[in-house]
Design a protein. Structure first.
Length: 352
């Protein structure tokens, strides 16, 4: 028997791979959930601490247990209500979390799966099922299972959900990348500059949060080490906004409108080409751009109102600071370019 046959005859050990795959799906579903929540005023998504995915609002909590189902059949109530060796069921664990609700803090719990839900003859094909809205027979069955498991009476099954997710189990990254692209365009009104890099940033950040294994005694530490806030998500997105530099086109348009002499227009446009090329390589030009843009940010209230008058002030202040290799035309169009970029918000201090 050759090596391949010997190897393939061995029984595979898939528990580790299955565990890693479930972990990956939890993370990717959590990324999608962050974008679903974006319109909320504030939130924090916590990964793999009290539950697989948690959403923390100011006065509410949501817990999501992610369960994959590989076969083409529904996820049955018998499966989620069956107690394990410790005497706990999936449903029971969720109820314990939900049961901490009070008048000030509302708690929602949900089992999320890639299979539709079935309870007795009820075979649901809806994405979201709230147990309290099921028929009376189904509600009684759920309550009885929880009362038996937890030794409680009159359990309240409100705010308990089953959520079907159509996430592609074989290639979940494709679904998540599509979600990121669509959400980014909706939120930022443009496509991300480097979509694959953005995806890796989000995935790596979530993985870092989910893999932090130490117990945390302080709530702020939980948020810092296990969670991603809306503000942090927005910071990551802002780094990949494709900010088209229209300053060059605006500068060309200004030259066309203000110089009737075709020779002068040609000379200034050539100077613009040279200065733009220099801005990519010449450290002097890069530093001058920083200096001039900072001056505009700090002194704009003291500058004249008219465009050309501002350019005159800039020429007087900065023209002597350039080395002799730059002509007055190049310095002039460079100042035009910076003023146009400043007007478009490129140099705002909160820009990413």
């Amino acid at each position: 028997m050759d090596k391949i046959n010997v190897y393939m005859s061995l029984q595979p050990e898939l528990s580790g791979s299955s565990s890693k795959n479930r972990f990956r799906l939890e993370m990717l579903w959590g990324i999608c959930k962050m974008f679903d929540l974006y319109d909320e005023s504030d939130f924090c998504v916590v990964f793999d601490y009290k539950c697989d995915i948690e959403v923390h609002f100011n006065n509410a909590l949501e817990f999501y247990q992610i369960k994959t189902h590989k076969i083409q059949s529904p996820y049955t109530f018998a499966k989620i209500s069956k107690c394990d060796k410790t005497g706990n069921s999936i449903l029971g664990k969720l109820f314990v979390l939900k049961n901490l609700s009070n008048d000030k803090i509302k708690i929602k719990v949900a089992l999320v799966s890639n299979a539709f839900f079935k309870l007795g003859k009820t075979h649901a094909h809806t994405e979201v099922i709230e147990f309290i809205n099921l028929d009376e027979t189904s509600r009684k069955k759920i309550k009885k299972a929880l009362e038996t498991e937890l030794n409680q009476k009159n359990v309240d099954i409100s705010n308990m959900y089953y959520i079907y997710t159509p996430m592609n189990l074989l290639y979940p990254e494709d679904d998540v990348k599509g979600k990121i692209m669509g959400s980014f365009e909706k939120i930022k009104k443009c496509e991300p500059a480097k979509p694959n890099t953005l995806y890796r940033l989000l995935r790596d950040t979530v993985e870092e949060k989910a893999c932090y294994e130490l117990e945390l005694d302080d709530y702020n530490d939980v948020i810092a080490k296990k969670g991603i806030t809306k503000s942090q998500l927005d910071d990551m997105l802002n780094k990949y906004v494709d900010r088209v530099d229209i300053g060059v086109e605006k500068t060309k348009l200004y030259i066309d409108r203000n110089y009737a002499d075709i020779k002068k227009r040609k000379k200034l446009k050539n100077a613009l080409v040279r200065i733009v090329e220099a801005s990519f390589n010449a450290k002097e030009i890069q530093q001058k751009e920083l200096d001039i843009s900072s001056y505009l940010n700090e002194s704009i209230n003291d500058l004249p109102n008219e465009y050309e008058d501002i350019i005159d002030v800039l020429l007087k202040k900065f023209s002597q600071a350039f080395s002799i290799e730059y002509s007055i035309d190049e310095i002039y169009v460079f100042l035009l370019l910076i003023l146009n970029r400043w007007e478009d918000g490129k140099y705002e201090k909160n820009d990413h």
